[in-house]
Design a protein around this ligand. Sequence first.
Ligand code: HEC
Length: 130
Amino acid sequence: MNSRNSISFSWLTGIGLASLLVFMEPATAADDQFKHAERLYDTYCTQCHGVNRNGNGLNSAFMSVQPRDHSDAKGMGDIPNSEIIDVIKKGGLAANKSVLMPAWGGVFSDEEVSQLAAYLRHVCKCGSDQ
Ligand code: HEC
């Protein structure tokens, strides 16, 4: 690469970085509050519940019971917090739901389960204190 090219290359890189910064939204308090739960969800839940949180994860095509659509305000709003927490900890069977929803009690602390439950309320934009 001659020197002229490398100068324009670094200019382009600079412009690329600058526009990235422009398009990055500033973190809000709400983002911070759910950051950890969101990371847990991305790691452990999306393969079934989907990156869009709508139940369309990679596994869902092969499952006899479809994962819950966590973006569905009506469906999620009907589930009390206590059931959400129970199901995350002990699996679907704890609420007479499918065994295909695994138990995560051995993976997450109680604090993390509560954070996930609160995060799910944030995702569905539905009920919070049932
Ligand atoms: C292996 C696939 C799979 C994974 C991974 C998974 N789920 Fe599920 N989940 C399901 C299925 C299937 C259902 C629907 C069960 C039913 O309706 O009988 C479900 C249902 C649920 C429900 C609704 C329970 C109810 O009472 O209707 C919640 C809440 C939930 N999952 C949370 C999570 C969270 C949080 C994670 C990640 C920590 C997770 N799931 C990971 C398969 C999965």
